[in-house]
Design a protein around this ligand. Structure first.
Ligand code: PCA
Length: 323
């Protein structure tokens, strides 16, 4: 008991001598450690450690090792983890606004992705705050294309295909193309392809490259449908518990990470496509018929999103288009 008292006294003394208690925050990530998003998160974490003089240390846990992708948002909301990265469009069933970055053919270039993110940010920050989350930064994936295991020249050729979806938009696209959607995290993708649970999907060259999908698939069509984002957010209570100086340091690191992630995504787009080719895949734009069919589906999905997202959604799209 005596030792315990001494220990407590010593701890209290040490704590009062420091400007703030050093904290370590676990940061779950859904994608592999070698993925550019995970690398960006690692340099963000290093920046935070340095900029706060070690008062806030962040430890990244890639590849769904701490929480699978689908659970990361909830984990950070409830404080099981204090910071995390998530493909927020996967939560569009909860609130359509989360799907602002997956509206087909609305923002199909990096520049437009940045513009759309700016237009959506005020609403997105509010929505996240209402869920006990503070927005830090977000980074787009390269443009989304279609992976198949045979040549396809029209949407009709896709009918009946087992399709891996990663969010509500990809699932809806599958339904409209009469495919069979199944929700699968990237960490489980190669296994799903190997076992035939999935035989097609929409994603970037990045995920196809990470998961070596040339072992199972033959074609990548450069549809450039949209550029979804991974968003990094922090538990709002933890954020409010920081000092102004710590918050400013973390915000600065978030800005640098956003710029670094965007630059990497741009630079690596062609590298990933070359990697798919080296793996033996055909990488090509879709033919006219396939393109037109996907654009029809995109028009339906855009209407549906606008009606689900209401006035807030409409003002995001209007503000994006007018800038
Ligand atoms: N890769 C992620 C989401 C978008 C992307 O390009 C995935 O397939 O899970």
């Amino acid at each position: 008991m005596k030792t315990m008292t001494h220990l407590l006294a010593a701890t209290a003394l040490a704590a009062s001598a420091l400007p703030a208690l050093a904290e370590t925050w676990d940061m779950p990530l859904a994608y592999p450690a070698t993925n550019f998003h995970s690398e960006t998160a690692a340099s963000f974490a290093a920046c935070v450690g340095e900029a706060t003089g070690g008062e806030v240390e962040i430890k990244t846990h890639p590849n769904g090792s701490l929480f699978p992708g689908a659970d990361i948002k909830r984990a950070v909301q409830t404080g099981q983890a204090l910071i995390g990265e998530r493909l927020l469009s996967a939560h569009a069933n909860e609130n359509a606004l989360f799907g602002y970055d997956s509206i087909p053919f609305l923002a199909t270039s990096f520049d437009d992705s940045v513009k759309l993110n700016k237009a959506a940010l005020p609403e997105l920050e509010k929505l996240l705050e209402s869920q006990n989350l503070h927005y830090l930064y977000s980074v787009p994936w390269p443009p989304q294309g279609l992976y198949t295991k045979k040549e396809v020249s029209s949407v009709a050729d896709l009918e009946g295909t087992k399709f891996r979806a990663y969010n509500a938009a990809t699932a809806r696209l599958a339904e409209l193309a009469k495919m069979q959607p199944v929700q699968i995290e990237a960490a489980e993708l190669s296994q799903a392809l190997a076992t035939g649970v999935a035989e097609s999907f929409v994603s970037s060259g990045s995920t196809g490259y990470d998961e070596k999908v040339w072992e199972h698939l033959t074609n990548f069509y450069q549809v450039d449908a949209w550029l979804p984002r991974n968003t990094i957010f922090v538990n709002l209570d933890a954020w409010n518990g920081l000092t102004d100086a710590q918050r400013a340091a973390i915000t600065g690191c978030a800005e640098s990470a956003e710029a670094e992630g965007l630059a990497k995504s741009k630079e690596l787009t062609q590298f990933y496509l070359d990697g798919l080719k080296e793996g033996g895949m055909s990488v090509a734009p879709p033919g006219d018929e396939l393109k037109a069919g996907l654009q029809d589906i995109g028009a339906t999905m855009t209407e549906e999103w606008l009606s689900n997202a209401g006035d807030d959604g409409k003002s995001i799209v209007d503000s994006f288009k007018s800038n």
